[in-house]
Ligand binder design. Sequence first.
Ligand code: KG4
Ligand code: ZN
Length: 341
Amino acid sequence: MSVEHNFITLGIESSCDETGIGLYATKQGLIAHRLFSQVNIHAEYGGVVPELASREHIQRIVPLVKMVLADANLNLADLGGIAYTAGPGLAGALLVGAAVAKSLAWGLGINALAVHHMEGHLLAPLLENLQPKMPFVALLVSGGHSLLVDVRGIGCYKILGQSLDDAAGEAFDKTAKILGLGYPGGPALAKLAEEGDESVFKFPRPMTNRPGLDFSFSGLKTFARNTFIQHPQKKADIAKAFEVASIQTLTIKCRRALEQTGYKTLVVAGGVSANLALRKRLDIMGENLKVAVFYPRQEFCTDNGAMIALVGHLRLLQGQCDSDNNINIKPRWSLEELLAV
Ligand code: KG4
Ligand code: ZN
């Protein structure tokens, strides 16, 4: 492919409760992106209802693709390739994105590529002007995963540690539910914690007093439940204690991973990386250790189509693409299985 050619990749994200579409071009980088959040649809059920998520993706993807193309003043014929989230995620929701992507690519006679959702989160900081240099340690904290990853290059990932039970975001959501806050719980809990007094309750820092980089968050959630039963009027203080304990635990593990690898760069991504108290704490740690800490911009911390377009673009340009027209998804998929770029 000539260097002159402006290759344009369409990215489709539909792994959970956000329909995200992005357009990434060789010359301009990210040129357009749109998101339809299903939060209001799932809120009345207190969590994501997979079947409703799938149905909503069916209705939203095509209109959003049209809008994004119009935003960028482009047509379908301008697309060079189509990337879609193939996993991990909810099977039905993934199938919708995969089906649209593969059909569209087939119709247009261009390549499609299955993208790993967590690689999208991991590389989302590359959508910013100031970019992290590899190798780096990545802390990926979303609703479905908590991972510490040794990132040596694009596609060269070694998992250093992971949650043995609830993911960090999941623990935020469940604790928020216990406290009677709405869905999604993470941002609501963080907001309430701002009014809380840190000195009232001391929650444990799970798995920090033994070596290793794995996490466990379900005990914190149980601790929150028991505390709430005894002190139902102290919601804000409980939210604060939970948030402080989670953040400290994540910070301790990041420090360990940085010391273990000797790397001087940390990337923090996934929905929980939107948490300002977490960012503040990690920034202080970074200053102390002389480590540069990178985050995606707020809107790209949570699920979005821009990160999928970016990852797809990088890989499609290297000649990677799906080998057939079948609509395949990978609801369970390890980052370590990915090909290097
Ligand atoms: O990455 P994401 O959008 O979806 C998954 O891939 O799972 O992450 C969503 C998670 C939810 O659990 C949500 O509660 C959490 O990220 N989250 C937060 C904040 N914003 C989103 N958790 C704590 N503080 C926040 N400000
Ligand atoms: Zn995500």
